[in-house]
Design a binder for this molecule. Structure first.
Ligand SMILES: Cc1cc2nc3c(=O)[nH]c(=O)nc-3n(C[C@H](O)[C@H](O)[C@H](O)COP(=O)(O)OP(=O)(O)OC[C@H]3O[C@@H](n4cnc5c(N)ncnc54)[C@H](O)[C@@H]3O)c2cc1C
Ligand code: FES
Length: 280
């Protein structure tokens, strides 16, 4: 069965917001869960977090990094993707914790949105720190402004918000005496690793959403193996969220890079066929 792209919007260079028609996923999806999408019969299975749901559709926000995500970004409203499987993975553990700091980096801001909505709905005080490379790449600022009690923006070059990394802002807040009961951090693996190091020092539970290579998304292939507190877990069925203080980050980073050469070759071949992709 094919699923129609109802809406597509460019949020930033290489970053696209999609609404994909689906009748059952919106009934069951909860914050923190993800989908596996296949564009066509020869397509890879792409895990993408659910950024929101409407009555008849699911929202995803996708960053172009390789062949499959470029192909998805090139699709138009009205076209169909072949498979959309989900909701997969465990929902985020939402409760009234008190003061929560949510930290999003790059496209990681997207999966953080439904979690932040749910945390706000559970009466938490929300401090949001959103980071991007430059102003151009910052997404969902307005949606977070509505949900947050305090919103801090950072960019690598200072084109919007404060110049520097999200971890600098987190340390600044903690040094100024701010106390958080929980942290949620979603973004590049190194960002989650360094937020988790701060959380370890401060003894704050810190949820991160891991994105190892996934294939089946159902716990059977073993591709998404991660080490948590010395135990082997599968991110697709035991996660994708874990307390970052207990993640073996170095192993995760090593496993994420294991197909680098093949991915690079696939993208170069695709670029030769597809031509100039700089308009994305
Ligand atoms: C649970 C989960 C949720 C995710 N949510 C989002 C999201 O909301 N938005 C978004 O833009 N991206 C998300 N990703 C990452 C996305 O799945 C990858 O960017 C995509 O699969 C890359 O495929 P590609 O063919 O374009 O690139 P490739 O050239 O194949 O790979 C580029 C990089 O993407 C990563 N990657 C590749 N294949 C996979 C795979 N099967 N599973 C996981 N990572 C992979 C690797 O780090 C790789 O180095 C998520 C990943 C996981 C595991
Ligand atoms: S993706 Fe296959 S076990 Fe998790």
């Amino acid at each position: 069965m094919a699923y129609k792209i109802l809406k597509k919007k460019r949020l930033a260079p290489g970053l696209y917001d999609f609404l994909i028609e689906h009748t059952t996923i919106p009934l069951y999806a909860r914050p923190g869960q993800f989908l596996i999408i296949r564009i066509d019969e020869r397509g890879e299975r792409i895990p993408i977090t659910i950024a929101g749901v409407q009555e008849n559709s699911v929202r995803i926000i996708v960053k172009c990094v390789g062949k499959s995500t470029y192909k998805l970004a090139m699709m138009k409203e009205g076209e169909h993707v072949l498979d959309v499987v989900g909701p997969l993975g465990n929902p985020s553990e939402i409760d009234c914790y008190g003061r929560v700091c949510v930290i999003g980096g790059g496209v990681g801001i997207a999966p953080l949105l439904p979690i932040t909505k749910a945390l706000k709905g559970a009466s938490n005080h929300i401090t949001a720190i959103l980071g991007a490379a430059t102003a151009e790449f910052l997404i969902l600022e307005e949606e977070f402004r509505e949900l947050s009690d305090e919103l801090i923006i950072t960019t690598d070059d200072g084109t919007i918000g404060k110049k520097g990394l999200v971890t600098h802002r987190l340390e600044e807040l903690l040094n100024a005496g701010e106390r958080f009961d929980r942290i949620w951090a979603i973004g590049p693996t190194v960002m989650m690793k360094f937020v988790s190091a701060i959380a370890t020092r401060q003894e704050i539970p810190c949820w991160v959403s891991l994105n190892p290579i996934m294939v089946d998304g159902t716990g059977m292939c073993g591709a998404c193996r991660v080490e948590i507190d010395g135990n082997m877990k599968f991110a697709c069925v035991d996660g994708p969220e874990f307390d970052g203080r207990f993640v073996n980050w170095n192993e995760l980073i090593k496993r994420q890079h294991q197909y680098k050469e093949q991915e690079k070759a696939a993208l170069e071949l695709f670029k030769k066929e597809a031509g100039d992709l700089s308009w994305l």
